[in-house]
Design a protein around this ligand. Sequence first.
Ligand SMILES: [Zn+2]
Length: 347
Amino acid sequence: MTTMRAAILREHGGREQVKLEKIPIPEPQSGEVRIRVHACALNWLDVGVRKGSKFGSIPLPIITGSDIAGVVDKLGDDVSGWQVGDDVTVYPLVTCGVCEFCRQGDVMVCPQHQIIGEHMNGGLAEYVIVPARTLIHKPENLSFAETAALPVVTMTAWHMLIEIGKLRPNETVLIPGAGGGVASIGIQIARHAGARVIATTSTPEKMQKARDFGAHHVFNYRDDDWVQRVLDVTEGRGVDMVQDNVGAATWSYTLETLARNGRLVVCGSHSGTTFELSIPQIYHRQLRILGSNGGTYNGLRVALSLFNQGILRPVVDSILPLDEIHEGHRILEEHDHYGKVVIQMVS
Ligand SMILES: [Zn+2]
């Protein structure tokens, strides 16, 4: 067999632009491995790349899919430490390794950084080629589908809360939009870090799930008084940190909920990208706004070990075959989910 099935994007546009085609199976070059993909989760990135919105130039055609779990199928030259047959997942960032930021460990701000599934072909195909240095052993206690649900949201939430936000025990953290992938993992990481967790979401069902994943208080952001209720449960003090990937729709409220010296850690803006800020409220209350971009290999590796121990739990909304990739995009675009949508290649 020399061909594989793949979900290819040849032009930007609607869901119909994702085409299921048979194409040649790629060969790994030096330093690369080929993975037989068992499962690959969808992210907002897949929708954004498809639409061609909000991003710089994307090379087309491309196979998206940044959350990969599978089995090492073939090694390129000069690969050590990995064997054909290893169960793996993939750290989805590829960085230059030599710039000042890479050398000091801040790989997320590497000017050369590329994302597997955005700048190079990803895992929505039967096989994918990745640099060997991006591999991480699959947590042995998780299925391939559960593992595929993890890398992007886990490294993002870990980076926001632990590496950038430096969340400490007994602090209070607010996580808006708790139905999303980053938020639902963030609730668990914050709880594990010893923080008190307040979440907001929009329906009774999502509120219950946020409680199930460990949120101490959950409010419906459609209720007018939710900001006051956050202040009430913090004795009027406010929260130490907000983990926000919602963007413009939440900033005016979340800044109100911050305690003095509080920090807003932000990694996304899908509800809107601009917001009018009152500068005095930043310096009077000594607030800090911290950008967080992606996550680190090591943060992901550490968090995956917590999943393997059962301390953190994957949040899988649905598992679909590759034939239903368009339905997967629809679920994301219509916010019709709690947790990750996973495409399974091998059942
Ligand atoms: Zn670099």
